[in-house]
Design a protein around this ligand. Structure first.
Ligand SMILES: Nc1ncnc2c1ncn2[C@@H]1O[C@H](COP(=O)(O)OP(=O)(O)OP(=O)(O)O)[C@@H](O)[C@H]1O
Ligand SMILES: [Mg+2]
Length: 250
């Protein structure tokens, strides 16, 4: 396979996206209900809303982990519904996922955790050098050989962020990335994600319940019952990023 990981940032465009989950023969939950959203390349958007409002589902359809039942999802120049399973798998490698549970493999060192996503592939880059460079970029130089159990929660999340960057993704999707961290460490993790955005031009979406995290993003998109019910550009915006997707919005 090609290993020319995409480095260009990606604009994200959802049109009328609906995602339902079947509960039983007669009932379905509508997790996303006609969501339309445009996210400019290189922006940092907080996805807010109560539990069950569809935040994770939104990230999953953008990342190609789930297919919508209706509507279209464009990431960069790709329309996801037109992709084959194989192409969708390639799309998932253009997206870096960061989760609340860091999901590190306990028996692997920090460096090997960073490289875990590329292990199944033959790559044309020096994997060890890339792991060192990424761990350095997240502030963990010298900890390449540490096991997760020897790292603090914040350090484990840094390893997870380095792992999310291993294919040089155009998009970072972070689902409650500070949910398991104290507020100071959580603040540091958000600063790290935003600094990566600043340096790489990566588009960032962060699902969060934390108002402090949201306040550091350029734009706040509020969900309720699977719909977009609010969309504001914040004062944290650098003036590059956001545009409002609601009809008639500026
Ligand atoms: N795999 C699934 N099967 C059935 N229902 C699901 C599934 N995943 C999500 N749902 C339902 O879809 C709705 C949206 O869920 P989602 O996980 O996107 O919410 P959320 O905003 O991320 O919530 P939280 O803040 O608790 O993480 C909820 O009603 C949830 O129960
Ligand atoms: Mg969620």
């Amino acid at each position: 396979m090609s290993t020319d990981a995409a480095t260009s940032a990606a604009r994200i465009e959802l049109r009328d996206v609906t995602r339902r989950y079947r509960v039983d023969e007669t009932q379905a939950i509508t997790a996303l209900d006609g969501v339309s959203l445009s996210v400019a390349s290189g922006s940092a958007v907080a996805i807010l809303g109560p539990s069950g409002s569809g935040k994770s589902t939104l990230l999953h359809v953008i990342g190609g982990l789930e297919r919508p039942d209706a509507g279209s999802v464009n990431v960069g120049d790709r329309e996801l519904s037109s992709l084959s399973g194989r192409e969708l798998a390639a799309h998932r490698r253009r997206v870096g996922f960061v989760f609340q549970q860091f999901n590190l493999l306990p028996a692997l060192t920090a460096a090997d955790n960073v490289l875990a996503p590329v292990l199944p592939f033959r790559v044309d880059f020096d994997a060890g050098a890339r792991a060192r460079r990424l761990l350095d970029a997240v502030g963990l130089a010298g900890r390449e050989n540490s096991l997760p159990s020897r790292l603090s929660g914040g350090q484990q999340q840094r390893v997870a962020i380095a792992r999310a960057l291993v294919w040089e993704p155009a998009v970072i999707l972070a689902d409650e990335p500070t949910g398991n961290l104290d507020s100071r460490t959580g603040g540091e993790i958000i600063e790290l994600i935003l600094s990566l955005r600043d340096r790489r031009g990566t588009t960032v979406l962060i699902a969060t319940h934390d108002p402090e995290v949201a306040g550091r993003c350029d734009r706040l998109v509020q969900l309720a019952d699977g719909r977009v019910v609010g969309d504001v550009v914040t004062s944290a915006s650098h003036g590059v990023a956001s545009e409002i997707a609601t009809p008639g919005g500026s």
